[in-house]
Design a protein around this ligand. Sequence first.
Ligand code: GCV
Length: 719
Amino acid sequence: MCYANRLFRRIVLLCCALLAGPAFGEDGYELWLRYRQASPNVLQQYRSAVTHIVTNAASPTLAAAQRELERGLTGILGIDIPLREAPAAGAVVFGTPESSAIIAALELPLQEVGQEGYVLRSVAVHGRPAHVIAANSDIGVLYGVFHFLRLLQTEHSFEALDVASAPRIQIRILNHWDNLDRTVERGYAGQSLWDWHKLPDYLDPRYTDYARANASLGINGTVLTNVNANAIALTPMYLEKAAALADVFRPYGIRVYLTARFSAPIEIGGLDTADPLDPEVRRWWKQKTEEIYRYIPDFGGYLVKANSEGQPGPQDYGRSHADGANMLAEAVAPYGGIVMWRAFVYSDEEPEDRAKQAYNEFVPYDGKFHENVLVQVKNGPIDFQPREPFHPLFGAMPKTPLMMEFQITKEYLGFATHLVYLGPLFEEVLDADTYVKGKGSTVAKVIDGSLHGYARTGMAGVANIGTDRNWTGSHFDQANWYVFGRLAWDPYASTRDIAAEWARMTFSNDERFVATVVDMMMKSREAVVDYMTPLGLHHLMARGHHYGPGPWVEGGPRADWTSVYYHRATKEGIGFDRTATGSNAVAQYAPEVAKIFGNLKRVPDEYLLWFHHVPWDYKMKSGRTLWDELVHAYTRGVETVKEMRRTWDGLKDFVDAERHAQVAAFLAIQEKEAKWWRDACIAYFQTFSGRPIPEGYDPPEHSLEYYKSLEFPYAPGHH
Ligand code: GCV
């Protein structure tokens, strides 16, 4: 080789090395499906174990599985992986017993994994070592392919592959709070992905990538429209658009659902009532539903927010939630559809503690809903706060399938810029013991149906996805989409393990990176609780947009949209008395739980001010007074964020410069805003406690008046 050629080769190699190494910027578009070349530790092993894919594109779903395998294996192995008709040594064989004679002949234990599960095995095929991805359905195969690729991405050795997995929850669904004008209620990642104006004619390739990402987690449903619903979404023009999306999603096992505006029969049907017992109204919904199924034959059904925050509903006509839900359930039943009826209801005319209202309204109707209705319950009784006790409804409706609603979008946890991994929040709720059938009656067992034998089960996540290049507004918020999907598949999974899996696929398999970043992620949720709402405080955010602190918020249209309603600070003390001497919300929990929450001596510090009004000089478990403890917790939150920044700075070598810099910049914002929360809340609560800032802690940087004067008319996500 002449010198010029050698030089050229070197330059090319150098460029390749630079492109492959962490210095090359990434924008996050690929999410956890980056399929970068495996590290030298495992590369040779992988290359000799996997040599080709045995083709099987007998259906659009299997074709998608094959494409994903090709894409993934080519990337991870760094060489072309050929497709072959017949297996040789190192084959990857995928399919169902119907679509693959090889799989049919293997007699794998597929009866154990149901309709959506899969089996991964290292086996001998025609006497040669091969890997098999098998399922009873094509979608099970696709899920298995993603699991197989995940093992490679996370650098598992797979010499003796033997995995069987099946989802524990049936409906694993995202709720998009997306409006038809492409704004997203509580969305911090750009516009809505659904480009309604160009649909159905233009199908953005992003729709397919959205479906791939969801399928990689086992998410099998998506509600396209906001629960604050617009009846126009149910008109033919929009149904045609929704149908185009459904066509893209179908091969990936994702069903489309829509929100039903309860007053649609009036608004788009020309009727003068939406009374659910009115025969005309019932007929209208049946016809509308039939029309929807003509557009979308596998339409999943309706999600409904009714008689909540000004939305219309059956109570407008003196009817119950069950009347409303059952009317829609009858309409979708002939097609196998379902209704997800939200329990997030509270009335502005009701003087009752808001935390109690959903329970009061729903428990009397336990067992009165049709079999294809699920009642969708937020994780806590107020509204997606950084920490809430589990919703008492989870321990109170044995005869009605309850599904979980988590919020992935972090409306109350710092939007997209705060690094908060939601795994521990989700896990805390799922692990909580309702005691409804004695010890061990966890929320996870309620929603997966095992406790009460629910025939239908579901978990919904309010999506944090938008048009931002990185999908979720920040790189670390991708982990929240990820952990939601993984828990919807298995609500018993460890969120620490899930964080590690995500970090490996999203950034690096280097053990030094993984251990450090996972620790940081696991601490992050406690940090946000500390710097926003420690010790059981809740709903202290600014009004409307919810950006930043607003513990002073009072007045306005309704008491339960203010902060003072929740913290109840006075010169004597602080906290919401929800014991028998107050609203008695504790009585909505099983006696074993109520005994703990309702007892000042036994209640965990985390829920203290949620359930009790406590004097400022109350002696905490730590030995500090309540006031000092509050200052301590707020300060600890800020300190943890500072530590997170230092940690991230130390991880530069493992992450490409572009993503590293954005995370670093966002952490700086988080530190600034954590301090803002701390200082504003301390300044405000000090006007009640009248106590000095304890020694060793900084006073607030500005006056209370300064914090109160801040305004953010254009904060995102508020429509
Ligand atoms: C979709 C909170 C949010 C609202 C949201 C509501 C709900 O109140 O601030 O934006 O409305 O929850 O879950 O219905």
